[in-house]
Design a protein around this ligand. Structure first.
Ligand SMILES: O=C1O[C@H](COP(=O)(O)O)[C@@H](O)[C@H](O)[C@H]1O
Length: 252
């Protein structure tokens, strides 16, 4: 159940991703009081700003007061640090919301447990796992140029994890080295998952993901999750030549 939605540029892809998120929100809030979403850091956050905050057609549909926002991974740094995923989301999205809008609940790491030695990093991961709901309504992933998702890197010892829902990593190949991350077993509980990837820098890895020959790439593993709808929102530059059928969101 993998769909690839292709757009001329990253802005159009951001708008489509944001419509997908708001459609999921509406579906959940028709039955429940809270919409639970987990987001990645990196380039995704700019897309959320474009679609959920700056797009005048989509922004009024977002019921921020009923959102609970989690991070699929987080760098083990103070939240005010430039490299914190929470900090990035706060600066680029939450701080731009009109002052009359009730803020979403954002679930960040417990920074009182941070230490220079990293001695309690596993406790930070366990604490974050304890505050997670049973499953996410929606998870939005980025795809690193090496095929990583969250802070799950190709060939890393955390990939076969079966018990923990959140784990710490102290040897991330992409800096900063110390992070926590959702594990594959927790991602597999999500109701639906979307990827956002744009630009020619992502083209080689997207070709690998959709070649069906590299099923060990973390991003390709998500495409193979049984029973979970996975949607990719990409621009032409990222997907060109990947040989995968594409459409636009809402077309079918
Ligand atoms: O380190 C990270 O990288 C990935 C991919 O980021 P992108 O900027 O290449 O889209 C991101 O999804 C993850 O949350 C982040 O911590």
């Amino acid at each position: 159940m993998v769909e690839v939605y292709e757009y001329a540029d990253s802005k159009e892809a951001s708008y489509a991703l944001s419509e997908y998120i708001v459609d999921a929100q509406d579906k959940v809030l028709a039955k429940e009081k809270v919409f639970r979403i987990a987001i990645s850091g990196g380039s995704l956050v700019g897309a959320l700003q474009e679609g959920l905050v700056l797009n005048k057609a989509i922004a009024p549909r977002v019921k921020w007061a009923q959102w609970e926002i989690y991070f699929v991974d987080e760098r083990l740094l103070p939240l005010s640090n430039q490299d914190s995923n929470y900090g990035l989301f706060k600066r680029k999205v939450v701080n731009l919301l009109d002052s009359k809008i009730t803020r979403p609940k954002i679930v960040a790491i417990n920074t009182t447990l941070l230490s220079p030695s990293g001695g309690q990093d596993d406790v930070i991961a366990t604490d974050y796992a304890r505050r997670l709901p049973d499953h996410m309504d929606v998870v939005i992933l980025g795809c690193g140029e090496d095929g990583h998702i969250c802070s799950l890197f190709p060939g890393h010892k955390l990939l076969p994890e079966t018990t923990k829902m959140v784990a710490n990593i102290d040897d991330s190949p992409k800096p900063p080295a110390r992070r926590i991350t959702f594990t594959l077993p927790y991602l597999k509980k999500a109701t639906q998952i979307a990827f956002f990837a744009f630009g020619s820098g992502k083209n080689p890895v997207l070709k690998r993901v959709f070649s069906k020959k590299e099923e060990d790439l973390p991003s390709a593993m998500v495409n193979n999750f049984p029973g979970i709808p996975v949607s990719w929102f990409v621009d032409e530059a990222a997907i060109e030549g990947a040989g995968v059928p594409t459409s636009t969101y809402g077309e079918k």
